[in-house]
Design a protein around this ligand. Sequence first.
Ligand code: NAP
Length: 519
Amino acid sequence: MERIESYVAGAWAFGSDKAATLVNPTTEEPIAEASTEGIDFARALDHARSVGGPALRALTFAQRGEILRTLSRAIHASRDALIEAAIQNGGNTRSDAKFDIDGASGTLAHYADLGKQLGDTRFLVDGDGVQLGRSPRFFGYHVLAPRSGAAVHINAFNFPAWGLAEKAACALLAGMPVVSKPATSTALVAYRIAKIFVDTGALPPGAFSFIGGSPGDLLEHLGGQDVLAFTGSADTGFTLRTRPSIARGSVRVNIEADSLNTAVLGPDVTQGSDTFRMFLREVYRDITQKAGQKCTAVRRILVPASVASDVRDELASMLAEAKVGDPSRDEVIVGPLATASQLRDARAGIGKLAAEAKIVLGDGPFERVGVSGDKGYFVPPTLLHCADPDAARAVHEHEVFGPVATLLPYEGKAERAAELVRRGGGMLVGSVYSDDRAFVGDILFDLLPFHGRVYLGSEKIADQTPGPGTVLPQSVHGGPGRAGGGEELGGLRGLAFYSQRTAVQGSRPVIEAILELKK
Ligand code: NAP
């Protein structure tokens, strides 16, 4: 069986005991094991801080960008092998796997471009300088310099490639060494990428470490110059945020968690229009892609009551066509969930939703293409219809992490739709499909404080967007409240988390000469 090793203090290591088993979620067969037992995490962090940090900080943004370019190309060169690993360990269809892996290389390439644009400097100046005294001589600037600790990244099981790469891209470009930990259950793809990264020889010693399994006591050793970026469930996020070592050390923490994302169909959108088809296509994609295991997937579908039954029927017939089964087969659209416990949680979650909404599609037996017996962690596309969204609670509060969404009728008023959307308590993304500017204008400002991203679908862009479920590195990713309160990416904004913003005050000519600023 393959061993998922860790890369710490410049060497590959496998733990001495207590290995976790990784399985193929289609067949339930064991495929790999992971153990970090006995690994010295304090030493691993010291190595990152004392060797990787100085080496990265000595490089310019352009040089760090070149490293990212090499990593991006290396992932792309191994694309086919990584896709196979994602099918095997993640239950991804080929298309799901590409979404994750191309997302990883694409995000690294984006930050490589930003590094090139920033050029031969090692820090960022934030905004314009400002006069602080009676005369313009006493002046101040804000400077963003890389923190001198380690950037610890803890990722969720659903995006082992993209999750690793999007966090690493920002940290490495900012000048911080990375200690990356994937979710153990689907760590195979992340492990292969870690091997690829190290094998490029592009990373300075200590700039990248990888933890293949439990993080042990790693978080106990974090301090004030370190940062922790976490993606996963709200419960784990809460546990991490409230750890005494994190709180006491004022460790900077970013949390990307659950989200009850909503798609709102505007009352102006007529059946058969480009915007209507776009809405159906994108909702369908979010329910089926990665078997619905996307933090950005639509969970609540708000439609004007007047068209609710038509939308329900069209969507249900589209979803009924999506074949479920062995993700290595070309005809399969929906693979298995990643683990047995995800399957248990999804089934229990559907039960909760079904207490306040009617299951339109997905109840009862279903065909599993190419799968023997009842093996595998499959959930068929499941659509529910909640006739009374005001009375419902679970629909707005419980994220079912699978190919599951609930249709909610509303009275066709922007204000009412926004009211229901906000009951999700803070979301990563909300989408509105409408060609009526007045409706969009009315709803947008009610949605903004509750979202990290709002996506406005309309006929003008119907043929050129990847949909709301795709996180683009140019835009911020994260969301307030229940979604974790975090923020990642967003081009150069993503570097701020890994940097200390320091106000520098003094004589203007002196500061400008040191910072090499042009007047
Ligand atoms: P999870 O169970 O919270 O685990 C996430 C990560 O945290 C894993 O790497 C896990 O490691 C680690 N972990 C768990 N307990 C820990 C502890 N006490 N100390 C340190 N690390 C710990 O979440 P998941 O099941 O992997 O992911 C699914 C959830 O993630 C969903 O709710 C989804 O919405 C959310 N998600 C959010 C985003 C976003 O960007 N907002 C993206 C993707 C997923 P082990 O695997 O080794 O236990």
